[in-house]
Design a protein. Structure first.
Length: 353
């Protein structure tokens, strides 16, 4: 109804007492339902309502004489004399049960205050009710066995009826099987937990498939890196031969330097002898020719030396570059191997769980 507003809602498994045995609980649905407190501001009435599909499972108006009883850590119940039944609620946790019980007590107190306020208004508007306790008007006789019964006042009759109803409800509650209630509540709680575990298992299987794909990709990448390392190692072997060539070039350079030094000494010697042999023209020409030959030889040797130094520098640079590549590949392989070990440990833990 639009005049009613929800003031509190929770989720619980709903039960009703078996009207035949008054001992067993009958589940109202297979799953947990929404149970709400509603307040009717027009009539100043509080109700507990739960709807399953198109059917009202609970429609209980709260009165001041109702009592909500906790029968276990996750189960509570109350009796509704108007509906002639006892309702039971199984909660997912003790905290939800405590919150519902506290709200029941608050609503019950509000209903009591509303009734007292309504009675006060009735007494103020009806002067016939403003009499003292010793002036209570007698009520008509309520008799089923004839006029022989004693006459009862209306207030006494109401008290007797309420007392009888309380005794009947207490007997129903005492005869209820608390252990069966707990078992049924635990059963539905275990069903919810089982559903959660199944969902978690599906998610874990999906994660395992993803990890397997990632592991296969890592293995493929590792194989590629191994092939790259093999190629670099073969290049390293080639570099070892380059190392021998470098030693040969070094020896050749030393020989060339020694030869240049000897030729320089010979040139200096010829230059020193040049002044004393101007008289012999033929010897002079021969000496000049030798000098030119030596200078040409010296130039050739210097070019060869420069070329050898350049070749040696290029060889050293290439070798350093290859060493850097080998180092980087080794570092990448270490990282991949570490990640593979972590994935294998994760898979092992998942299999164990």
């Amino acid at each position: 109804s639009c005049r009613e507003q929800p003031i509190f809602s929770t989720r619980a498994h709903v039960f009703q007492i078996d009207p035949a045995t008054k001992r067993n609980w009958i589940p109202a649905s297979k799953h947990a339902l929404t149970v709400s407190y509603f307040y009717d501001a027009t009539r100043n009435v509080y109700r507990i309502i739960s709807v399953g599909g198109t059917k009202a499972i609970i429609n209980s108006t709260i009165t001041p004489n109702m009592t909500f009883t906790k029968t276990s850590q996750k189960f509570g119940q109350w009796a509704d004399s108007r509906a002639n039944t006892v309702y039971g609620l199984g909660f997912a946790s003790e905290q939800h049960l405590s919150q519902f019980a506290e709200k029941f007590q608050e609503v019950k107190e509000a209903a009591r205050l509303a009734r007292e306020k309504s009675q006060d208004k009735t007494e103020l508007t009806n002067p016939a009710l403003n009499i003292t306790s010793h002036q209570v008007l007698p009520s008509p006789i309520i008799s089923s066995n004839g006029p022989g019964e004693d006459k009862l006042f209306r207030s006494q009759s109401a008290d007797v009826e309420i007392t009888t109803e309380k005794e009947r409800l207490k007997k129903m509650l005492s005869e209820g099987s608390v252990s069966e209630v707990q078992w049924e509540a635990e059963f539905f709680s275990l069903q919810d937990n089982n559903n959660k575990l199944v969902a978690a298992l599906h998610e874990a299987n999906a994660n395992v498939d993803q990890w397997k794909k990632q592991l296969a990709a890592y293995q493929e990448e590792t194989e590629t890196l191994r092939q790259r390392v093999a190629e670099l190692e073969s290049q390293g072997a080639h570099d070892s031969s380059s190392e021998n060539n470098k030693e040969e070039l070094s020896q050749t350079l030393e020989e060339l330097e020694m030869l240049i030094k000897a030729k320089d000494e010979e040139i200096q010697m010829l230059k020193s002898q040049k002044c004393g042999r101007w008289e012999a023209e033929g010897e002079r020409e021969e000496t000049l020719q030798k000098l030119q030959e030596l200078e040409a030889r010296n130039t050739e040797l210097e070019q060869r030396l420069h070329l050898a130094e350049q070749t040696l520098a290029e060889t050293l640079a290439e070798r350093e570059k290859i060493q850097n590549e080998v180092t980087k590949v080794a570092e990448i392989m270490d990282v991949k191997i570490f990640e593979l070990s972590e994935i294998r440990q994760g898979l092992a833990k998942l299999v164990e769980s």
